[in-house]
Design a protein. Structure first.
Length: 242
């Protein structure tokens, strides 16, 4: 077997393997990652334990002289030492900074974290998949060109696979990139377009938009995954038919 045949066989193996790898990565994103992102902002919120405690009403004195100064007890070396109360109220009142954090799933603030995770995933995936897809198209193209020169009828299969992978770029650019940009704006990774400079943020609307954009992007990604996987199947068919 000549060195050219060895190189062609290596290109075929690389093209098919990389195609299936890209399809697997895209499919796992749609089937595993996106549903896990959507879960916190689509499932019903769980009530916080603090919301189940009803505050005790403080007594309303009928006259100023009836307010009782009840001292509080603090432990010092095992002994209880009375400490005077500041306002004499029977019920402790929360301070100004006792609001705490709300850890409820599905709150209006969770959507931004979800959008940020998606934006980072999309950026990382593009930096890896785009060069790999370009190399795959080149490999399919070289194999198809060599097959046509040698009179191999299977060259049309390789050319078809190259065409399918190449069609991923306009599909992604026109259909999926606008949704990814909207999600990046919701995440704060891109400049937002506001109708008014001082318009208030509608967090519930942004949360709803995050869910909608993620679901649309996911549906398009599934279609893209099917196309890439089909390109791999065509390549395998060409390899088997030789």
């Amino acid at each position: 077997m000549s060195s050219q045949s060895h190189n062609t066989l290596a290109l075929k193996g690389f093209a098919i393997t990389s195609t299936l790898a890209v399809a697997t990565a895209m499919g796992s994103t749609s089937l595993l990652f996106i549903p896990s992102l959507l879960r916190p902002i689509t499932k019903p919120a769980r009530p916080s334990p603090s919301t189940n405690v009803s505050p005790m009403p403080s007594p309303t004195p009928s006259r100023q002289g009836s307010i009782l100064n009840i001292p509080t007890l603090t432990s010092t070396d095992g002994r209880l030492t009375p400490q005077p109360s500041n306002d004499g109220r029977l019920t402790p009142q929360p301070g100004a900074g006792s609001g705490g954090f709300n850890f409820n799933w599905g709150t209006s603030g969770t959507y931004q974290a979800v959008a940020q995770q998606f934006s980072r995933l999309n950026t990382t995936a593009a930096s890896i998949q785009v060069p790999l897809e370009l190399l795959t198209i080149a490999a399919y193209g070289v194999v198809a060109y060599n097959g046509r020169k040698s009179g191999d009828s299977a060259w049309t299969y390789w050319a078809t696979s190259a065409g399918i992978i190449a069609s991923v770029f306009p599909f992604t650019g026109f259909s999926m990139a606008p949704l990814a940009l909207k999600l990046a704006r919701l995440a704060g990774d891109a400049e937002k377009v506001e109708p008014y400079e001082d318009a208030p943020i509608d967090r519930e609307a942004e949360k709803s938009n995050t869910v909608e954009f993620l679901r649309k992007w996911n549906a398009l990604n599934i279609a893209r995954t099917v196309g890439v996987f089909a390109a791999g199947v065509v390549g395998i068919t060409a390899l088997v038919s030789e």
